[in-house]
Design a protein around this ligand. Sequence first.
Ligand SMILES: *Cc1c(COP(=O)(O)O)cnc(C)c1O
Length: 465
Amino acid sequence: MKEFKVFLREDEIPKQWYNIQADLPTPLQPPLHPGTRQPIGPQDLAPVFPMNLIEQEVNTKDRWIDIPQEVMEKLLIWRPTPLRRAYALEKVLGTPARIYYKDEGVSPPGSHKPNTAVAQAYYNKVFGIKRIATETGAGQWGSALSFACCLFGLECKVYMVRISYDQKPYRRLMMNTWGANCVPSPSKDTQAGRKILEAHPDSPGSLGIAISEAVEDAVTSKDTRYSLGSVLNHVLMHQTIIGLEAKKQLEKFGEKKVDIVTGCAGGGSNFSGLAFPFVLDKINGAKITIIPAEPTSCPTMTRAPFVYDFGDNVGMAPMVPMHSLGHSFIPAPIHAGGLRYHGMAPLVSQLINDGLLEPRAYNQLECYANAVLWARTEGFIPAPETSHAISVVVEEAKKAKEEGKQKVILLIWSGHGIMDLGGYESYFSGKLIDYPLPEEEMRKSLKDIEGWPKPKIMKMGKVVG
Ligand SMILES: *Cc1c(COP(=O)(O)O)cnc(C)c1O
């Protein structure tokens, strides 16, 4: 291997990922088999994921996991990502707070997602896998995995929800540019897809259908596995490089402590990537407020119960303990496509039960207003998902002003929005509306999981419900 020289800020990049499973005050309860409803073991996942990633998924012992040199070389293409201070926003808000943002929008696909895509492609490759299949909604994950497979010489097949495939050609073209095969889902390439096309030739598709196609492809094709861009323990762990870098960078800014840490949470991966190293400090007694932000139209963390539910919409994936609106829940068509998942990562869900995280929900219009405020002060145009984290920052910065307190606020800027300008267009033309979820609708979607096994409700290791 060629010697790999890093000229810039090498000291900021961690050599290991942080595995929060080793420090949890309440251990995770086991996933259940979707058919038998009995706890599953690593072997049950082997047809879907390579064993080296499954080992990371179930590792509760090792706090630190070495980042392989081959992964590091790829991460160095865009890492360390900048930590910037949002001086202009602070000034406009007139806040005494100091606002720092960790910019994950600088990666080639434009978000935090390649942090795990690159690691997953590497582990598949060393396990002897030649090809990865996945699904994508708006295209963020599909483009990140296409990029990662390209770097490691793996084939990549992406099943993209038909309606996005037609409406968002640019993400698809990014995937093609990196050499991936992206097809609209439902497709003729799988049994699941053909069955749906027979009954509904004009089906717009759904994430559930696309997952079914990708998983079928993975378990029926030679040397192929499936890959997921969020929710799972190993995915969240791969993202901790974000928070570990941010800590070193804050030191260089002369900051000794942080008061508020925030990020948006769809499945929970970018938020956890920034927050988990700070959650460890909080477990050890530090006073930090850690806030994951979500849309009011898909309020998994702020309103949904903690239940066992399927990870996917169709009932093929294992049931995991999480805050969930029910796997059949169909969220309103908000522009933050990455925040429309029906559940929340089990790790994030349990940390909420432990009282270590304090989730908040925001309406779409407020988020766009704050995204535009950000673009007109800091310049960079945020992804619609990211605007939820920005909304926490604006709220907290105003509060700091009222209280006259010099707080330090840290957010993860999960991605740029220059592939999502259609949402901005709708906002400017006054076409956007808010969709706070009616109680009635939530009760309806939760009916599907009535009578199923229930996880214990535990707080800091003690059963409370
Ligand atoms: C996918 C995505 C999200 C949501 O996913 P998480 O797993 O919760 O991080 C947020 N922001 C951007 C820019 C995304 O692409």
